[in-house]
Structures are given as structure tokens and as C-alpha cells.
Design a protein around this ligand. Structure first.
Ligand code: SAM
Length: 293
């Protein structure tokens, strides 16, 4: 099979003129291929390459610098899992923020909590939000959508100005390349701690527990700061390896003791009270990796 590279990162035209997106994982000598039905949009913003593609398996996908970020068909899993665990663990989340906007799925999930008064979505790249509004999720008409405020700033700089502000902070960061590299610096975790109220909770996208070392690094950085830190996992078919991790860090409320009557799962497609609890049950290889010095 002779591929010649298309002009975009990760896209190859095959001999028979099929277009494929190959998500390159060079440290593993792996590429994961998605056949592209149509390339709906592409551009180079000042921050990254943005494209939207249509695929058979996952519907529309937002792709940044050649890596899929969220898909129309299974994006609900990521959005629900990064959001609801912290929102239900906190008894009354009022001020909520997320770093990394994209299609703003987690913000829409957070709106389901009646106590919420403000949701700040901090996104470095305005073009990602605009492109997602055109090609992914349009205005949803949710009654309380006005509570979502978009802040167009680098999350690493923005967080340093926030002190004792947020009940829940979701770090919906891309993998550590391009504009997201700063969101993995050790100092970033201290800034997140300082931005939270005295009983605040933060959640971090912490990568594939099988393929990447992000989880271990995130967890050990947070353990130095927060009294309560847990890893939880879910299955996301479009992500490499399928299994994905999040790390939750809390100053006071332990999600393992949460009153799940508050969990807003009635119209959810992935999370429910059983999944909430089961997501903290880890395979031994993940537990062992987290315990390793
Ligand atoms: N779950 C999201 C969705 O539903 O679309 C996907 C978010 S995507 C994983 C990460 C987002 O973080 C991208 O939109 C990217 O532009 C943004 N981002 C990357 N680095 C950032 C930074 N330093 N500050 C703020 N946002 C950043």
C-alpha cells in the first residue's frame, strides 16, 4: 500500500483515493486509522490545525493537530464522565469552570445541576468553539445556557488570576502537545488548588491508563496537594485502547462517600449511580502503576 501524505497532519490519500486519518502515536510505533467519509472543514488557526471529518463509526469528529478530540457518536461518554462525578460529589456546586472548551459538552452537562449559577469555559482558541458551533453541536436552546460564559484565554495564564473562586473545576485538556503543554506543568496543579474554594473539587483528563504515563504523573502531583485524590475510568470506543482515565482531586468531599440522590443522570446515556461507583474500581495493572514509586 503506497500512501502519499495529504497536506493535513495525519491525513493520507490511499492509492484508490480513499481518505484516511491516521492518529500517530510515535512513542508506541502505532497509528490508528479512521476512514474519512468527508473532510467537512479544515484550517490552521494561530494555535493549531483544526478539522472536522465525517466517519462511519463515530459520525462527525473534531480533530486537532491530527488527533481526534470528540465525536458525535461517543462524545457523550467523555462529557458525562468528566463532569458528573465532581458535580455530584460536591453538595452544592455554584461556581464551575472548565479549561478547554471545544464543543462545550461538559458545560452543557454541568447545567443540569440546579445549584449552578455560573459556568466559565476557558478556551485558548476561539476558532475551535466557532467551528464546533457550525459543525458539531449547534445552540441547544437549553433554558439556562446563558449561565455559560466563554473566556478566550490561555488556561495556564487565566488560572493564575483565580483565587478561592470555584466549587468545581474541570480540566478538559488536550494531550500534552501544542497549546496544552502548559496544562501539564507541575506548577499548574498548585494554581488549580489555589483557584478552588475551601471545599472545591477538580477533575483532570489524565489519558489512556494503558498507553500513557500521564495518569501516574497527574495523580502523584495531585497527591502532594490534595487530601483526597482518586482515579476513575470509563470506556470510550474512539480513543486509543478504549479505556480512559480521569483524576479527581478534592479538598473536602470524597466522591466515594457522595450522596448519589443528587446525581443528574436521568437523561444521561452513560453515567448512572452504579457506573458512578464502579468507575473507581480499577484493574490491578492500573493500581500497581499508581502505587509504584
Ligand atoms: N470535551 C471537549 C469537547 O466536547 O469538545 C473537547 C475538549 S479538547 C480535549 C481540549 C480543548 O482545550 C481544545 O478545544 C483546545 O483548543 C483547548 N486548549 C488547549 N490548550 C489550552 C490552553 N492552554 N488553555 C485553554 N484551552 C486550551
Amino acid at each position: 500500500m503506497t500512501n502519499h501524505k495529504y497536506s493535513l497532519t495525519g491525513y493520507h490519500k490511499e492509492e484508490n483515493e480513499e481518505l484516511w486519518l491516521w492518529d500517530d502515536l510515535p512513542e508506541l510505533d502505532m497509528e490508528i486509522g479512521y476512514k474519512v467519509g468527508s473532510l467537512l472543514h479544515y484550517e490552521h488557526s494561530p494555535f493549531q490545525e483544526i478539522s472536522i471529518v465525517e466517519t462511519k463509526a463515530f459520525g462527525r469528529m473534531l480533530v486537532l493537530d491530527g488527533t481526534p478530540q470528540v465525536t458525535a457518536k461517543d462524545g457523550f461518554i467523555y462529557n458525562e464522565m468528566i463532569t458528573h462525578i465532581a458535580m455530584a460529589a460536591h453538595p452544592k456546586p455554584q461556581k464551575v469552570a472548565m479549561i478547554g472548551g471545544g464543543d462545550c459538552g461538559p458545560a452543557r452537562e454541568a447545567l443540569k445541576y440546579e445549584s449552578v449559577q455560573q459556568i466559565d469555559v476557558v478556551e485558548i482558541d476561539p476558532r475551535v468553539i466557532e467551528v464546533c458551533r457550525t459543525w458539531m453541536t449547534k445552540e441547544t436552546g437549553q433554558e439556562r445556557e446563558g449561565l455559560i460564559r466563554t473566556v478566550l484565554k490561555d488556561g495556564y495564564k487565566w488560572i493564575q488570576e483565580q483565587k478561592n473562586m470555584y466549587d468545581v473545576l474541570l480540566v478538559d485538556r488536550s494531550d500534552p502537545y501544542g497549546p496544552a503543554v502548559s496544562l501539564y506543568k507541575p506548577q499548574f496543579y498548585q494554581y488549580v488548588y489555589d483557584s478552588l474554594t475551601d471545599d472545591g473539587i477538580a477533575v483532570f483528563q489524565s489519558g489512556s491508563p494503558y498507553y500513557s504515563g500521564i495518569l501516574k504523573k497527574t495523580s502523584s502531583s495531585l497527591r502532594k496537594l490534595f487530601p483526597i485524590v482518586h482515579t476513575y475510568i470509563c470506556s470510550i470506543p474512539s480513543f486509543p485502547g478504549g479505556i480512559w482515565s480521569f483524576t479527581i482531586a478534592s479538598k473536602k468531599w470524597d466522591p466515594l462517600e457522595a450522596d448519589l440522590n443528587g446525581l443528574q443522570w436521568q437523561d444521561a446515556k452513560y453515567i448512572n449511580p452504579e457506573i458512578f461507583q464502579a468507575s473507581f474500581v480499577l484493574p490491578q495493572y492500573i493500581k500497581s502503576a499508581l502505587e509504584e514509586k
